[in-house]
Design a protein around this ligand. Structure first.
Ligand code: ADP
Ligand code: ZN
Ligand code: ZN
Length: 840
């Protein structure tokens, strides 16, 4: 092509209007076209954020996903209001991942973006604006306009402004430009919810006024103060703490006013010195990251045991052929150490690593351990952290200052651009699956795709692998490596099954505990050891029943029984939060013969307190861990040995590592086994092994007591021998004959609505439509789920079961079409339809 023609093309395109596709964090299955104002033509890029008008009066932040010259045909494109970034905040790899997730999990890319992008990066009309806690006007390198200064003042006064208020200051003109400027100058932060607002911590400090930073002037001042010894004391103390001549910077920073108070200096003298312009007092915002910057003594050493070293070599060998390695290592075998050692190598080579954990396993213990090895190269991505902290991790990953992220499931959505290793620990955990809202993704499975996009390797680790992963390993799709010994001197605890039927017949049961268990517990307590007692139900009693007529207390809004909570003397619904005072007589027949059936953690706590009045007992369940630090407090108190018995729900099974636990009790094994779900046995087995894994971690040998009325259940036979594989084989035969995963793929379709009738009719019509498209053997007839009403909304479920190899994508399209068709009917328009691919 000649020079000339090239020029003409360029000129030509200069005159063309630019349009962009903008991906918005909303559940609409398409991108929107916006026009680009001339002034931004050179600045637009794929992957940067843009503020755009949405609907009548709203604004929203989206991400530019494509740039072109085609005006939309059906509507007049609106202009982009602002662009927010100079560099892309979404990487190419992320676009690919988002697309895959949307398509695989039957969601929209907007929904994926919505869970992916931390709310601090999503400005919308609902956003609130606050000062950035790290912002200090005097120290900012930027120059501020008059209006910007007004905003800063107002924010200092009000603390928080809504977008509306913000717009009023500017009379609606230039609002987004002003926002952008303030964001760029790091003055403000955007947050979505008031509750999440980060309250900056401030500190009052003192420094010497500049004029005294001269030796002659200073000695003059000291002479003048000789007659005022208290003031002189303060000054001397200051000079002692702050060597002003050695280091002028130090005076800038000054010292905390509180130092004087703590050392009993006179407050009035300090005030006088300030008044007389000797000292200047000022306030700083102590950064939210202070706790992270706290000096940790770096200790890079990781010394693997020979077994761990072997396992690490195995993994490396697997990676020469396969992308995924399953590490099946018993509890306490030290899997974490192996991961960290591999991660260390990845980071040293300049690539990124991601370490996924269930939320509850990211403890202070763990964070400190990792910080010791990796310093501040590591970012923690946790839902309990504030928006600001999450934005920081996001940006650190995008800019490459953070190479290593430890995080919960949503951290797979971070803007990695150079990932080479992903670790998913406790890969069997169902909390890797997002239930609500869409996309209902499983982070473990998504990690496989993420690894693939980056050409990275993936380690799945667990003491009790999910049957899906185990199957993949057994059939050669993944590599498998096994660690069957505990690290150090720890031995696997002995397990004893207590036959509760016989115990009961012999009258050897008291308060739901067998005598033998109580005796064993008592002996351990006397030896100064610790115990963990597990019960998979919180509250006092699962339900209240009338012995006369059989009435059971049920929730008004949901089809579940109400749980009795004795401490508040209330009946509560664990699904909708409904609560009522506990009745003293049956609401049906007025009989007072009300009895409590079953038992929860609260009752176990009460019973054990009666048995062991001298022993400190604590309970860990959702009721006792609502406050931000209560979980941590319970753990710490148990760790320090202050608490001797810890009673809890599933929470006590997650990766906790205590040295002195010599006995573990599982009070009611049957409850878990008989849950109507095809995974009930898999889960029970996993849970029991995980709970057992809390015992005998150090040199002390532990013992696990399991109470059951079904002592001959085959599950126990395998459990006693720690035969994970044996029980898996047995279960797999069942999965095969009943055609369940890993032999098929499941899609659950849930219809929800306020009218039971229309939900029922709708699911029937949908069923008929689906069987004609997919074949009747692939769709299970609609049925009410175990809990068919929640918050007065009725639910019906349809399950699609597809054999491996059956075309997945086209089936999903057909399902969507059928649903769209159904909702064209006005009768069913209001139904909510939820897709859950690979339900857990
Ligand atoms: P898992 O995750 O496999 O259940 P952990 O990683 O919690 O096991 O390890 C169990 C205990 O053994 C922890 O206290 C851990 O610090 C310790 N440990 C494991 N490997 C090592 C090692 N190589 N050096 C020192 N301590 C180790
Ligand atoms: Zn009754
Ligand atoms: Zn309810």
């Amino acid at each position: 092509m000649s020079q000339l023609s090239l020029n003409t093309i360029e000129e030509d395109s200069l005159q063309k209007t630019y349009f962009v596709q903008v991906l918005l964090p909303v559940p609409i299955p398409k991108t929107f076209t916006y026009r680009v104002p001339r002034k931004y033509e050179e600045l637009i890029q794929v992957g940067i954020r843009a503020i755009v008008p949405f609907g009548q009066k709203k604004i929203i932040t989206g991400v530019i996903s494509a740039i072109h010259h085609e005006a939309p045909k059906e509507y007049e494109a609106k202009y982009i209001l602002e662009i927010l970034d100079e560099f892309p905040i979404l990487s190419q790899q992320q676009f690919k991942l988002f697309e895959w997730m949307a398509q695989y999990y039957m969601a929209t890319e907007g929904e994926v973006l919505n869970v992916g992008l931390p709310s601090g990066l999503k400005l919308s009309s609902e956003s609130k604006i606050q000062l950035n806690p790290a912002f200090q006007l005097e120290q900012s390198p930027y120059i501020f306009s008059q209006i910007e200064e007004i905003v800063i003042k107002l924010l200092k006064k009000e603390g928080l402004l809504s977008y509306q208020q913000f717009a009023e200051i500017t009379n609606g003109k230039q609002t987004s430009l002003l926002l952008k400027e303030l964001l760029k100058k790091q003055v403000i932060m955007l947050i979505e919810q008031v509750q999440e607002r980060y309250k900056p911590k401030t500190e009052k400090r003192l420094r010497l006024q500049k004029e005294w930073l001269d030796e002659a002037r200073l000695s003059e001042l000291m002479q003048n103060l000789e007659k005022k010894p208290k003031q002189l004391d303060v000054l001397l103390k200051y000079l002692q703490e702050v060597p002003v001549f050695k280091d002028v910077q130090k005076n800038e920073i000054g010292i905390a006013k509180s130092i004087f108070k703590e050392n009993q200096f006179s407050t009035s003298s300090i005030n006088t010195l300030v008044k007389n312009k000797v000292f200047e007092d000022f306030e700083v915002i102590t950064s939210r990251l202070d706790y992270l910057n706290r000096q940790v003594n770096l200790d890079h050493e990781i010394n693997l045991s020979p077994a761990q070293e072997q396992c690490k070599n195995d993994i490396n060998t697997i990676f020469t052929e396969k992308d995924v390695a399953l590490l099946h290592g018993v509890t306490g075998s030290g899997k974490t150490e192996i991961y960290l050692s591999l991660i260390r190598e990845v980071i040293d080579s300049g690539s990124q690593a991601l370490f996924l954990l269930p939320e509850i396993a990211i403890t202070t213990q763990m964070i400190q351990r990792v910080r010791k090895i990796f310093g501040d190269q590591v970012g923690i991505y946790h839902s309990k952290f504030s928006d600001a902290e999450r934005v920081e991790v996001w940006q650190g990953v995008a800019e490459g200052t953070i190479n290593f992220v430890i995080g919960v499931r949503s951290s797979i959505l971070l803007p990695f651009n150079n990932l080479s290793l992903i670790v998913v620990d406790e890969e069997h955990e169902s909390s890797y699956k997002q239930y609500d809202p869409a996309p209902r993704y499983n982070a473990r499975d998504t990690a496989v795709v993420l690894a693939n996009i980056h050409q990275a390797k993936l380690i799945l680790g667990s003491a009790t692998p999910s049957y899906e992963s185990y199957y993949n390993a057994k059939t050669g799709k993944y590599g498998l490596t096994v660690l069957s010994e505990r690290y150090g001197e720890g031995k696997m605890p002995e397990i004893e099954i207590i036959d509760m039927r016989r115990q009961k017949a012999k009258k050897l049961v008291k308060d739901d505990f067998s005598h033998s268990f109580l005796a064993a517990l008592e002996a351990e307590m006397n030896n100064g050891n610790q115990a963990i007692i597990f019960q998979n139900r919180r509250g006092y009693a699962p339900y209240l029943q009338c012995e006369t007529c059989g009435w059971i207390s049920e929730c008004e809004n949901c089809s579940v029984s109400l749980t009795y909570h004795m401490h508040q003397h209330e009946l509560k619904c664990h699904y909708c939060g409904y609560r009522q005072k506990s009745p003293s007589a049956c609401l049906n027949c007025e009989s007072t013969a009300l009895v409590m059936k079953g038992f929860g953690t609260e009752k176990i706590e009460d019973d054990l307190k009666l048995h062991f009045p001298e022993v400190k007992i604590q309970r860990m369940d959702r009721d006792t861990t609502r406050k931000k630090y209560s979980y941590q407090q319970i753990i710490e108190s148990f760790e320090s040995g202050e608490t001797q018995i810890l009673i809890g729900t599933q929470m006590v099974t997650k990766g906790l590592d205590f040295e002195n636990v010599s006995i573990v009790g599982i009070v009611d094994a049957d409850r878990m086994m008989y849950y109507p779900d095809f995974r009930a046995h898999e889960r029970t087995f996993q849970l029991m092994l995980q709970v057992s894994g809390r015992a005998g971690r150090s040199h002390k040998k532990g013992k696990v007591w399991i109470q059951s009325f079904q002592q001959d259940h085959p599950l126990f036979k395998y459990l006693l021998n720690y035969d994970y594989e044996g029980f898996y084989e047995l279960q797999l035969k069942e999965r095969h004959s009943f055609f369940y995963p890993p032999y098929c793929r499941l899609i659950k379709i849930v219809l929800k609505g306020a009218q039971a009738e229309s939900v029922r009719n709708g699911s029937k019509l949908l069923y008929e439509s689906l069987i004609t498209k997919l074949g009747f053997q692939r769709v299970l007839a609609p049925h009410e789920p175990l809990i068919s009403k929640i918050r007065n909304i009725y639910h019906m479920e349809l399950w699609v079961k597809m054999e491996k190899g059956y075309p997945l994508e086209s089936s999903k399209k057909q399902i969507k079409n059928s649903v769209d068709k159904l909702q064209e009917n006005s009768q069913f328009r209001k139904l909510r339809v939820v897709f859950d691919v690979d339900p857990q």
